[in-house]
Ligand binder design. Sequence first.
Ligand code: SF4
Length: 518
Amino acid sequence: MLSAVEQADFSWLEAMLVTDDLLLYYKRCRRRAFLDIYGDFSQQDKEQDFILKLRQDSFAHRQAVLAIAPHTSPKYPHRDWEAGAKATLELMQQGVERISQAVLLMQTADGITLLSRPDLLVKQPGESIFGDWMYVPTSIKLGRRPKPEYQIVAAFSAQLLATVQRAIPRTAHLILRRHDSFTVQLERWLPLMQEVLTECLETLLQEEAPEVFISRQRCSLCHWYSSCYAIAQSQKHISLLPGVTPSRYRDLQALGVTTVESLAETTISTLEPAVGSEIASDLVLQAQSTVQKRALLRERHYPILGDVGNTNAATAKSFININSLPTASVELYFDIEAEPDLQLDYLLGVLVIDRRNQTEVFHPLLAEHPSDEASIWQQFLDLVWLYPNAPIFHFSDYEVETVKRLAKLYGTPFQEIRPLLPRFVDVHQRVMSAVTLPVESYSLKHLARWLGFEWRDAGVTGSQCVCLYDKWLKTGDRSLLDLIQRYNEDDCRATYHLKNWLVNFLQDTIGDAHHEEI
Ligand code: SF4
C-alpha cells in the first residue's frame, strides 16, 4: 500500500495562492487582498522603517518562541510549495513531535490553491491517516490580543491540516506577545473562517478591485496607502471625513448619502435612527465644515473639568472654551517620545513660553540610555516646579498617563504629583470639544498643518522616532538624537500654535455669538 507521501499529488497547484497572510489582510481590508494579487506592484509604497521594525520584531519573537523546545522544519527549495508540502507530510508520517514552518496545501472547487504555513504543528494522541497520532496547529503572533484575524488564520491552518491528516484537530493555539498562550475555539471559528474564505475567493474572482475606503489606523500600515489615498482624494471619498467608519458608511449608503456634499445637506433627523443623534450631528457638522472649508463652532456641550453644569449651548459657547484654555504669563508645552517595546519614555520635551520676557526656550530632557529615565523624570519635576503657576499644555492624554506612570515607577510622593495634575490642559480635548475643522483627522499633524504650521523635517513621524531611537542605541549616531529632538520640539511648538489659534478663534466667534444674541 502506498504511503500518504507517495499518494500525494499536487499537479493541480495553481499560480494564484490564497495564503494565511492574504486571508489575514482580507479580514482587515478586502481591497488589500485583491491588490496584493492583481495590483501594479510599481505603485506600492517603499517599506517604512517602522513596518520593517515590526517585521523584524515579529521574526525575533517567533524565533524566541520556537527556541523554547526542539522542532524540525521540512527541507525544500525556496517557494517550491509542492516540495514543501511533501516534506511536511514525510515529517508527519514519521511522527516528529514538533514541526515548524510546515507547508499545508489544498485545492478549492474553483481550482484555487490554499496554502497555510503554521508556525508549529504539535503531535498529539488521536486517530489520523498516519496512525494513532495527529497534529494541532499553533500560530505565533506579536500582537497582545487574540484578534479575530489571528483566530481566522488559526482556523484556516486547522482546516487545511484536517484535509492533510484526515482528522480535524481538536483545537488550535495562538502564542502572543509575552508568550501568552491562547486556545482558539474551532467549533466557533471554523464556520466563521469558512465565511471569510468564501467572501475572499469571490472578491478575488471579481474583475474590479473593491472600493477604496481610507481608515487611518488600518491604512497607515499598508503598502498601497499612497495609491489608495490618491484615488480617495480624486473621488473626494467620504471615508476621508473624520467619523465615517466602515459601518457608518454602510448606514449612510443605505440612506443614499454617499458624498460629503450630500452629507452636509442631510438633516440630523434623517441620520438619527441609524447612528444616533450625537453622531448624526457630528457627521453633518463635519461635512459642512469640509464643504465650507472653514472652522465651525460646536454647539453641543462636551463636559470638561471645571465646566460641569453648563448644559445650555449658548452658555457653553461663551463659557467652556475660553475658561478651560488659560492664557498665562508663563506657559509650558509638553510632549513625550516613547519606545513602547522597552516600556520607556526617553524624551520629555518641554517648551517654556515666557510672555513677560518674550522668550521661548525648549528643554529636551533626554535619556541617552534607557537607564537615564529616572534622571530625566526628576529633571522634569524640577523644571515644572520652577514655574508653579504655569499651565502645562499637551496634546492627548498620553502625557498625563505617563506622569502618573513615572511617579509610580520612581516612587515620587503623591503629595508632589497631586498639585501638578490640575495644571495639565489637553489641547486635543479642547479642540474636539469646541470646534469642527475641515481636516481629515484630528491628529496634531493634520490640525497644525491646516493652520499653516510645518515641521522642520517633513518626513519624520512619531513611529519613525521609535526606530531612530533604537538605531541610536545600536550605533551611537548623535544625528539621530538631533532629529528626534527637533521633531519633539516641533510637536511642542505645533501644540502652542494650535492653542493660540483656538483661543483667538473662540474669542472672535463667541464675541460674534454674543453680538448676535444681544
Ligand atoms: S490603503 Fe487602505 S484601502 Fe487601500 S488597500 Fe490598504 S488598507 Fe485597503
